[in-house]
Design a protein around this ligand. Structure first.
Ligand code: HEC
Ligand code: HEC
Ligand code: HEC
Ligand code: HEC
Ligand code: HEC
Ligand code: HEC
Length: 494
């Protein structure tokens, strides 16, 4: 796990290719010892970029992706290295892009399982860090043992967390914090998953949900969920944990060593006097028969090894069909509230499951009086109200969020739209301009701001806004078009 991320210079993959659907040419190359990403659209010399890659992410089992920063904003490279083909290609999701890709902001939430001591981005920003985004690459001792500085400053008296000495819930929380995603997760009121520390219950920070309907899961299922279904775990209860088989400090390498390593773990519980000698004596590899590899190895965030530990292994489970409209049920999340459930539906809606809108809206509306102080829930209800045409309630809710968090980008973006719609252009500009100064890379915000600036008669400001955001995403056609049509907008006003 120590190799989960690091400096780009430690994993230099170079190469070049042309992405057919867009015609854009990409390359990763060395300038001295610096790994550079460059791309250009041969049809338009203005669409070109050159970025210094700073970090890699991914141990390379599946592949690697790279991170870079520009003016303190952190981004992911649009191209990644794939181990299976040993070549560079577009990042998943960008394969069919018809233009040069927009800058891909990296949120702290994305880093938290791959890096250590991940920091919050600057207040009111998505991905701007004026300090370091994380203090250590890879998974360090602190991820599982808590703050070791405490251990050092007390001359070793304050015990570092030892996961196996914690109660079962806290012990399991350490591994769950990075090895479970569920279909949807929701941050608990007033908490950020980034603040989780070994020794805390993860359920104070996150509530996890899965679609209840069979086959409703769009993703592969994690080791945590699978193990909980196994007869071994169901019968052993809290006595069994991830550590019953894994040593977090040591990974056996090669088939023979792996077979011997895990066999020993199995036999620690399967102790029947004659079991080990009588059960398939010719084949020492217990996991080869009971924990087969599934077909999911090309998908990140999916268990590859079947942790259900079946007597008779069945068909792979990682490829269940998507469906929609199902109920979300909490898993591994004691203390889940109605608010968490409603926000889970809201998050599912954001992922495109539109049928769940009523459950999100009605769920939040029903508990509105309890939401004061809960900016995430208030902002969600604000957006849902706006979508339903209740602008008055939406406006009140966004204002309430801004009282709690004056730089809240969601509230600022949406409240500005409501103001602009009602004709209060200066009000919208006053909200959006400072937010854009903190989030120059957010093209949507730039377009809204430029539009209003232009209609208000300030074409120069509108031009500056659009040009600024193009620094980050030179390929955005709609922004370029707006820029060329700016003079027309000023006359549109009358
Ligand atoms: C992925 C989680 C994880 C990481 C990372 C990790 N450890 Fe551990 N460590 C554990 C667990 C779990 C145990 C308990 C193992 C057991 O008892 O089976 C443990 C046990 C220990 C122990 C024995 C503690 C005792 O009281 O007996 C020491 C010492 C230790 N780890 C040091 C380190 C150091 C130093 C690092 C960083 C180089 C590190 N660990 C990284 C999970 C981790
Ligand atoms: C801070 C996040 C984090 C925590 C906490 C964590 N892991 Fe991991 N673990 C990862 C990541 C990320 C990878 C994958 C590295 C890669 O392939 O890029 C990984 C890989 C693994 C692997 C497979 C490869 C290997 O290195 O052996 C095992 C097994 C594993 N973790 C077990 C555990 C167990 C058991 C715990 C709890 C004691 C735990 N992890 C806690 C993030 C974490
Ligand atoms: C923490 C203890 C523990 C560990 C470790 C453990 N098991 Fe189990 N396992 C159990 C218990 C308890 C049962 C249920 C009673 C029984 O069949 O012995 C069980 C049941 C099983 C079953 C029967 C499942 C069924 O559907 O009937 C299989 C197969 C199995 N284990 C294989 C393994 C293998 C292979 C390993 C090592 C990779 C392993 N177990 C590790 C405790 C454990
Ligand atoms: C009964 C034994 C057993 C238990 C318990 C167990 N694992 Fe595993 N795990 C394995 C085996 C065997 C592999 C495959 C190792 C290999 O091929 O290198 C594996 C592989 C993994 C991997 C690598 C990716 C994959 O799916 O192949 C991760 C991550 C992992 N386990 C996490 C966990 C976590 C988290 C827990 C606790 C919820 C856990 N495991 C509990 C036996 C176990
Ligand atoms: C060659 C494949 C193979 C290997 C290797 C293997 N098993 Fe099995 N195991 C099976 C099959 C098939 C069954 C179901 C039929 C039976 O009970 O023999 C089974 C059944 C079991 C059961 C359930 C027993 C019961 O009475 O229901 C357990 C527990 C188990 N295996 C554990 C292990 C452990 C632990 C190892 C390694 C020491 C291991 N197996 C190695 C194929 C294998
Ligand atoms: C909840 C923890 C978690 C979060 C959040 C997370 N990952 Fe992962 N990621 C993992 C773990 C654990 C693995 C190791 C494989 C597995 O368990 O499926 C992994 C594997 C990967 C791999 C494959 C690396 C390899 O081993 O070849 C890539 C690439 C990756 N993640 C990228 C990302 C990106 C980009 C984000 C943010 C959008 C992200 N991850 C967010 C936990 C996480």
């Amino acid at each position: 796990m120590a190799n989960a991320s690091g400096l780009a210079a430690e994993r230099l993959k170079t190469g070049a290719f042309e992405h057919k659907p867009s015609g854009v040419k990409y390359s990763l190359s060395l300038e001295g010892s610096q790994l550079m990403l460059t791309y250009q659209d041969p049809k338009d010399p203005e669409i070109a970029a050159s970025r210094k890659l700073e970090y890699f992410l991914g141990s390379g089992h599946l592949g690697l992706t790279y991170l870079y920063s520009l003016n303190d904003y952190l981004f992911e490279s649009p191209i990644a290295y794939y181990s299976a083909s040993q070549s560079l290609d577009m990042k998943p999701g960008l394969e069919s892009m018809k233009q040069a890709p927009p800058a891909l902001p990296v949120q702290a939430e994305c880093l938290r399982c791959h890096m250590s001591a991940v920091q919050h981005s600057d207040s009111g920003t998505i991905n701007r860090y004026r300090g370091l985004p994380f203090l250590h690459a890879g998974i360090t001792c602190e991820s599982c043992h808590g703050d070791t500085r405490q251990h050092l400053v007390t001359g070793g008296k304050a015990l570092v967390v030892n996961p196996s000495k914690l109660n079962a819930r806290l012990r399991d929380s350490v591994c769950i914090s990075c090895h479970l995603e569920g279909d949807i997760s929701v941050e608990r009121a007033g908490h950020s998953a980034l603040d989780f520390k070994a020794g805390d219950p993860i359920s104070d920070y996150l509530a996890y949900f899965v679609y209840s309907g069979q086959g409703a899961t769009k993703r592969g299922v994690s080791e945590v969920e699978q193990l909980s279904l196994s007869m071994c775990k169901q019968t052993s209860g809290d006595a069994m944990s991830c550590m019953s088989c894994h040593d977090p400090h040591y990974t056996p390498i090669g088939p023979r060593e792996q077979a011997a390593f895990y066999r020993k773990k199995c036999l620690a519980c399967h102790t029947g006097a004659t079991f080990a000698t009588a059960h398939h004596p010719g084949d020492p590899d217990c996991t080869g028969c009971h924990m087969k590899r599934t077909g999911a190895e090309n998908i990140p965030h999916v268990a590859w090894t079947d942790h259900r530990i079946l007597k008779y292994p069945e068909a792979p489970i990682a490829t269940a069909n998507p469906s929609s409209g199902d109920a979300l049920v909490p898993v591994f999340s004691p203390g889940t509230t109605r608010r968490d459930v409603a926000l889970a539906y809201y998050n599912a809606l954001l992922e495109g499951n539109f049928a769940l809108e009523p459950k999100a809206y009605e769920g939040l509306e029903a508990i509105k009086p309890e939401l004061s102080g809960d900016k995430n829930a208030l902002a969600a209800l604000g957006i849902l109200s706006e979508e339903r045409g209740d602008y008055k309630q939406a406006q009140e809710l966004f204002q309430e969020v801004l009282k709690l968090d004056p730089r809240n980008l969601i509230a600022i973006s949406n409240l500005g739209t409501l103001l602009a719609k009602s004709g209060d252009l200066q009000g919208a500009i006053a909200l959006w301009r400072p937010a854009f100064e903190r989030n120059e890379d957010v093209a949507g915000l730039a377009k809204n701001l430029a539009q209003v600036e232009c209609i208000a008669g300030d074409t120069a400001a509108a031009r500056a806004t659009l040009q600024k955001t193009l620094q980050y995403s030179p390929g955005l056609r709609d922004v370029r078009q707006m820029l060329t049509h700016l003079p027309a907008c000023a006359t549109q006003k009358q």
